[in-house]
Design a protein around this ligand. Sequence first.
Ligand SMILES: [Mg+2]
Length: 110
Amino acid sequence: MTKETIEQVLQFRDERNWKQFHNPKDLAISISLEAAELLEVFQWSAEDVRCEEKKDKIREELADVLNYCILMADTCGLDMDEIIQEKIKKNAEKYPVEKAYGHKEKYTEL
Ligand SMILES: [Mg+2]
C-alpha cells in the first residue's frame, strides 16, 4: 500500500472531522463488521470459493476492511509497513519453509 493511498484515507476522514469518533475499540469493531460483510459475500455459496463471480462485491468489502485498518493504525500510532514486516518475520519463524511447505497445519502441529 502506498503512502499516497494512506494519506487519501486519512484526508477523507479529516475533511469530515471524523477522527473524534475513531477510538481503537470502535475501529476494531468496524474492522470485524466489515470482515463479516466480506464473509457474507460467500454465505450459502456451497462450494463456490473462487473470486470471479463475486469480484465486485469482494473489492468493495475488502476495501472497507483495509480502510478501517489504515484508520486503526493511524489512531494507534502504528506504521502499516512496519507492523506487517514484523508479522512476516514472526510467521517465518513459526512456519519455516522446510517444515511448512505444502502443509496447512498450525505451527504447533508441524
Ligand atoms: Mg462494507
